[in-house]
Design a protein around this ligand. Sequence first.
Ligand SMILES: [Zn+2]
Length: 233
Amino acid sequence: MGTLVLLSGGMDSAVAAAWAKRTLPPPYHALSVDYGSIHNERELSCARKIADLLGMEWHQASVVLPHGMASGLLKGHEWSQRLAEGEHARERGLPVSFVPARNAILLSLAAGLAYSLSLRHIVGGMHPGDNFGYPDCRQQFLQSMERALQLALDEYPLQFHFPYHTLLQGEGDAVEAKATVIRLAQHMDVLPLLKYTHTCYQGQYPPCGQCAACQLRAKAFERAGIADPLLTG
Ligand SMILES: [Zn+2]
């Protein structure tokens, strides 16, 4: 038994972690991974704080991705400027914020740690992929990863949980999907937790307010009719 949450330090995984504590059995652990993104440093300090507030034991991992991995989220990549300019730019049909196979990497690390700690449940804040155009958030991929990792661990009975897949069912646009996360936080009475989440692609605190992620967060709070605790202090 026991539960491991993939905790990035963003809103989606923070609220998913709060959901996990209400829904799944203890003990509770959280895993945060530095994969070399522009915003990892700020995100990781947020993740540590959120895990602390939720009473989860925090684990950190670092992955050095090969030079040449193409994503505007990664330090030093030429696409990062396109994210900074606030456009939802695409490359080969996918957003420039897409990190190739990121969720395959993160879920593999989580499965290995869960196995080592004898935890059965793994929770992620992934949305149904089509809201954001990330194929490694789609249900078919996530279910396949669950099965692949059970096999990798000699039929260890891992169970994956993605609360937004149930709540959103692939419907709605990206703003509505984020607004749903905010409403869930309000429903669970954990809105203050969002004060400690990080969203800005630039890794800035206070957030830049200009990048695509900052703009999406602002629109989502507006849609939900709730003030952002990060900005209101
Ligand atoms: Zn920003």
